[in-house]
Design a protein around this ligand. Structure first.
Ligand code: SF4
Ligand code: SF4
Length: 494
C-alpha cells in the first residue's frame, strides 16, 4: 500500500508539473458508423480472403504418400517437422524461418513507405477480427446512433438480449478462431474428432481457450486501444514514411474554412468541408483526419468513403479526403501538384534489400542438402590394437535422409589408405565402401568400426574424412573426423 501511495504521489506531482494535465486519459468509447464505398468494399474483400484462408487452410489436403501427414500446412511439433504444401522443413532449417521473417519485415517496410499503414488498415489480424466483430455488433445492436442511444439508456429487456446476443456471437467466433489455430498443429479432422470426444491432448484445450479469450478480449473489447497502445508498429512506422508516401489526407487547402449550416454572407468564402462529422463518425479509431496525420490513423480509408458520400450529396467534387502525399498537399496549397514517386531513395533501398533477402532465401531453399552426416568418436577405448597389427576405432555415425525414399547411403573414408569399414552389428564383414540404409524422411544412428591395416602410417591422431553419398540421387556430403592410435607404436601385433 505504501508503495502504491508513493506511485500515486509521484503521479500527482508529475501532473502538477504538467499544469494539471492528466497523464492517463479515460477511454472515449468509439461508436463508428457504417459506410459504403470502394474502400469499404476492398476491406470486405480482404477480410473475406484472410478469414477464408485462416479457417479453411488446415482442411486442405496434400498427398505426401502413405504414412505421412496429408495436411497441406502443418506444424508437427512432436515430429519436429513443418509441412508447407510440397515443402518440408526440419529444425535445422530454422535459418529459413529467420529469412522468411526478414523478407516479411522488409516487405512491410516497402509497402509502408509507398502506401502508409495499409497493412494495419486492411490485413492486420487485429483489424480483420475487429471489423468482423463490429459487423455483428451493428447487425445486433444497430448503427452508431442507435447504439449510443441504447448504451446511454437504462438496462431493459431489449438492451439485455442484444448485449447478450452480441457477446455470445463474439465468443462463438472467438472459439472457432481458437479452434482453427490448433488445427495448424495437428491433423485437422483427427484433432476435431478428438476435441469433441474429449480425447484431444490437454494443450489443445488450453490453446483453444487461450485464443478464444484473446480474440474476444482484443477484437471485442480492446479494438482501437490495441492499435494505439499495445502495438509497437505505429511507434516506428514514421521512420518508414516520408512526404512522398501515400496516406489518407484531408485536403485542407480545399476544405477550409469549414462551413456548418447557414453562413454569414459577409464571411469569407467557405471551403468544401461542411463540417458534417461524417468522416470522424465513420472512423474505427475515433479520430478526426482533419486534424492532420495522426499516430492512431490506420489508413483504412473509411473516412474517404464517408466524405465522398457527403460531397456527392452537396454537389462538390469527391476526394476532399483522399489518398495523397504530403508533398502533393503542400504543392496544391500553392496551386501546383506533385506526382507520386514510386522510386525514391528509401523505396529503392527497401526494394534492393527485399530482392537480396528473397534471392538468398530461394537459393538456400534450392540448395538444401537432402542428406547429412554427423560422427562421434568412441570415448573409450579410443582405439583397439588388433592381433594382426591393425588398429580399429569405433564411431557413432548419425545419418539424415531428407528424401521421401529409402536411401542406401554409401559411406567411405579418405585420409587413411587401405582402411575398411564395418557395421557394428556385423564387425567381421569389412568393406571399403559401407552401405547404410536410412528410411525415408528420417534420421538413424549406426555403430561403425573403422580399421587401419597393419602397414598404414601410424600417428596418435590422424585427420580423416567420412564421405557420404546417396547413389540414387548422386547427392554427397562429408564430415571431418579423426583416427586415433597409440602415442608410440612400433608396428606389429601386441
Ligand atoms: S482517419 Fe480515416 S483512414 Fe485514418 S483510421 Fe480513421 S477512418 Fe481510417
Ligand atoms: S466528411 Fe468531409 S465534409 Fe464532412 S466533416 Fe468530414 S471532411 Fe468535412
Amino acid at each position: 500500500m505504501a508503495a502504491m501511495s508513493r506511485v500515486e504521489e509521484r503521479r500527482r506531482q508529475l501532473e502538477q508539473s504538467l499544469g494539471g494535465e492528466h497523464l492517463y486519459a479515460n477511454r472515449v468509447r468509439v461508436y463508428s458508423k457504417a459506410v459504403k464505398g470502394p474502400m469499404r468494399r476492398v476491406k470486405w474483400a480482404v477480410l473475406a480472403f484472410c478469414l477464408t484462408i485462416y479457417y479453411l487452410l488446415p482442411w486442405l489436403r496434400w498427398d505426401r504418400g502413405i504414412g505421412r501427414p496429408s495436411q497441406a500446412v502443418l506444424l508437427d511439433i512432436a515430429a519436429r517437422r513443418y509441412y508447407f504444401f510440397g515443402l518440408e522443413f526440419w529444425p535445422q532449417d530454422i535459418y529459413l524461418l529467420t529469412g522468411t521473417l526478414i523478407v516479411a519485415a522488409v516487405g512491410l517496410f516497402l509497402v509502408t513507405s509507398l502506401f502508409g499503414r495499409v497493412w494495419c488498415g486492411y490485413a492486420c489480424p487485429q483489424t480483420v477480427w475487429t471489423d468482423l466483430f463490429m459487423w455483428f455488433e451493428r447487425e445486433i445492436e444497430g448503427d452508431r446512433n442507435e447504439r449510443m442511444k441504447r448504451d446511454a439508456g437504462p438496462l431493459g429487456l431489449d438492451k439485455l438480449w442484444r448485449k447478450a446476443a452480441k457477446h455470445a456471437t463474439w465468443l462463438f467466433i472467438a472459439f472457432w478462431t481458437g479452434g482453427a489455430w490448433i488445427m495448424y498443429f495437428a491433423d485437422a479432422p483427427t484433432i476435431t474428432r478428438q476435441f469433441w470426444t474429449g480425447a484431444a491432448p490437454l494443450p489443445a484445450y488450453f490453446f483453444t481457450g487461450l485464443f478464444t479469450f484473446t480474440t474476444y478480449a482484443l477484437a471485442g473489447w480492446g479494438r482501437e486501444q490495441v492499435c494505439t497502445y499495445m502495438c509497437p508498429w505505429p511507434r516506428f512506422q514514421s521512420a518508414m514514411l516520408d512526404e512522398q508516401s501515400l496516406t489518407t489526407t484531408y485536403q485542407a487547402w480545399r476544405g477550409e474554412p469549414r462551413a456548418h449550416g447557414k453562413r454569414d454572407p459577409s464571411a469569407p468564402p467557405a471551403g468544401d468541408c461542411v463540417d458534417c462529422g461524417a468522416c470522424y463518425t465513420a472512423c474505427p479509431m475515433g479520430i478526426d483526419i482533419r486534424d492532420g496525420i495522426q499516430l492512431e490513423c490506420i489508413n483504412c480509408g473509411l473516412c474517404i468513403d464517408a466524405c465522398d458520400h457527403v460531397m456527392r450529396i452537396t454537389g462538390k467534387p469527391e476526394r476532399l479526403i483522399a489518398w495523397d502525399t504530403l508533398a502533393d498537399q503542400k504543392a496544391k496549397q500553392e496551386g501546383r501538384s506533385v506526382r507520386f514517386r514510386l522510386w525514391r531513395p528509401r523505396t529503392v533501398i527497401y526494394f534492393a534489400a527485399l530482392a537480396i533477402a528473397m534471392t538468398a532465401m530461394l537459393t538456400a531453399l534450392a540448395l538444401r542438402a537432402s542428406l547429412a552426416i554427423d560422427v562421434e568418436h568412441d570415448r573409450a577405448p579410443l582405439f583397439v590394437l588388433l592381433p594382426d597389427g591393425g588398429i580399429r576405432n569405433g564411431y557413432t555415425v548419425n545419418l539424415t535422409n531428407r528424401t521421401q525414399a529409402w536411401a542406401p547411403f554409401a559411406l567411405s573414408v579418405t585420409g587413411l589408405p587401405g582402411a575398411t569399414l564395418a557395421n557394428g552389428t556385423t564387425p567381421r564383414e569389412r568393406h571399403r565402401v559401407l552401405t547404410l540404409s536410412v528410411a525415408p524422411d528420417s534420421i538413424a544412428d549406426f555403430r561403425v568400426l573403422l580399421t587401419a591395416p597393419p602397414d598404414a602410417p601410424k600417428a596418435p591422431r590422424r585427420p580423416i574424412g567420412f564421405v557420404l553419398r546417396n547413389p540414387t540421387t548422386g547427392a554427397q556430403t562429408s564430415y571431418g573426423g579423426a583416427f586415433m592410435g597409440p602415442a608410440t607404436y612400433s608396428g606389429g601385433g601386441p
